[in-house]
Design a protein around this ligand. Sequence first.
Ligand code: ZN
Ligand code: ZN
Length: 276
Amino acid sequence: MIRIGYHISTAGSIDFAFDRAASIGCNTMQIFLSNPRSWSVSKADTKEQAAFAAKEKSSDISPVIAHMPYLPNVASSDSIKRTKSIECLKKTALLCDQLSIEYLVTHLGSHMGAGKSNGIKNAISAINEIDCKVCILLENEAGQKNSIGSDLYDMAEILDSINIKNKGFCFDTCHAFAAGYDIREASSVEEIGRILGFDRIKVIHLNDALYDIGSHRDRHENFGLGLIGLDGFRQFFREKKLLSKPMIMETPGRADIGAENELEEVKSFLVRADNI
Ligand SMILES: [Zn+2]
Ligand SMILES: [Zn+2]
């Protein structure tokens, strides 16, 4: 079965995300557990937690994927930033465990000029400090200046060096394309599988790209309307192992048809891709 949804707002109370996701036809969703532009992670109160647990049980929305806020930078060599980043990661992972959330997506951050190998070392040791049940997913990057994670060999090295048991990748199609991986080509898809391991990719961020391959720009476009395009995605999904992953769209949104219709269109595209 195809599992697809959007990044969903938790405004009001975290459990409201289930209602919002269901109302537009999602059967999986991604959420932030705290303000993405803040360092603070407040615990969900018990009432909110209970409401979340109840909806988690009764709804068809699975898995639930949490995404780390934007400020933490586990690759940083700055001791204050590093301490705050580890703290935020620990608190968010704990909250995921309390809410029985299956996956937590994190970016690897930026080495801020200290060099790639230092950034990679920092990221590994920071992630090794957490102790959690939730499966930690490392997301690949578009390759913005100083960022860690646009080279998939680096991603594989980092994942291999992390001691936590429950770990994998979140593969963002826009970021990979912007980083120079031509996912419209079979050879490139095959290479991605060889480097990362398809079985270790647990979630796909199904974003099209506003700029051309190798742009290193992290700008998402709606599915099929960017430079990857429908033909590109058709080729990408010739690898059937990728079709079985939960997919999340983090895209600007189709004002012309609305989220519900867009999701329906993308779903039927994926079903057709499955039958090729
Ligand atoms: Zn993403
Ligand atoms: Zn992005």
